[in-house]
Each structure stands twice: as structure tokens, then as C-alpha cells.
Write a protein that binds this ligand. Sequence first.
Ligand code: HEC
Length: 149
Amino acid sequence: MSRRAIAIALICFSTSALALPPTAKDNRIAIQIGPSERNQVLYEMREFLHSLFNMHNALASKDMKAVAVSTKPMAGMLDRIPNNIKDKLPEEFTQMAIAMNEALTVMARDAETKADMSLTQSQMAELMTYCSGCHDTYRFEILPARVRH
Ligand code: HEC
């Protein structure tokens, strides 16, 4: 599936998810993972928010070089996650992370070479469909100690 097709599918999914009434039942797919592995992924997630803050700040100051610089660290998330964690992530989860990675790489490159603020803004919107698409689909579940390996 092309990156754009994934993004459009995610927007549709997220929008339909938002239309549901708030519910106490969590229907997302559970990914079973150990506590320190979960911490490692969540650390990366919080770094995503820091980077988004930096990107918005750079964009507001019309500093496209800084947009590129703050986008790049986000693109390396999968490289920083060790294989023992990657092995536990479903194929579709990894695909979504790879697609987001590609979107980030293009975004950083365009910010540097094209310096087009409105292009960056629309890419930022596309980027956020990956965040919400994945969050709407998956949740982590801590493996009980006896089955951890
Ligand atoms: C491929 C899947 C995936 C993508 C893409 C993704 N996340 Fe996450 N994120 C998760 C999962 C899974 C959790 C844990 C959900 C749970 O609580 O069970 C999470 C949790 C988080 C948290 C909570 C961190 C904490 O300490 O509790 C933040 C913040 C977050 N993500 C930000 C982002 C942002 C911003 C983006 C986009 C730039 C993003 N994520 C993209 C899968 C993803």
C-alpha cells in the first residue's frame, strides 16, 4: 500500500473512531510486552511529542532549517528499538511505523530543499494520522512475569 493510501485509510479510521460514543471498553488490539520494553517504547513516544513541539516552534519562527533538524530524530525510532522488542510487535504495527518513518524522511528533506511552509504544515497533518491511527488500533499489555522471556 502506498504511504498516501495508508494515511488516507488512517484518517478514515480515526474519524470513524471519533464518531463512537466514549466507552469504558478498550477494543484496541493488545500487544503483549514486558514492563521495561514498554518503558523503552513509551520513552520514544514522549520524545515524539518533544519533537512535535520543536517542529511547531520552528515553523512558527519560519525557520525551515530548524524544522528539518527537529524532524530528523523522529525518523530513527525503529532503529533505536532493539530486536527483542521488534519481534513482539505485529507486522501491521511495524508497517505503520515504517510508513511514518518514510513520511518523516520526506518531510525533513522537503523542509530543507523546498522550504515551503504550507507543504510542511500539510505533511505535519499527514504525520499525525500515523500517531492517531496507531493509537486507535493498538495498546500495550504487560506480560505476566511467569511468561516473560
Ligand atoms: C506504530 C504505532 C505508533 C505510532 C506510529 C505512534 N505511536 Fe505513540 N504509542 C503507541 C502505543 C502502542 C502506545 C501505548 C498505548 C498504551 O497505553 O497502551 C503509545 C503511547 C504514546 C504516548 C504515551 C506515552 C506515555 O508515556 O504514556 C505518547 C505521548 C505518544 N504515543 C505519542 C505519539 C506521537 C506524537 C506519535 C506521532 C508522531 C506517535 N505516538 C506515533 C504506538 C504508536
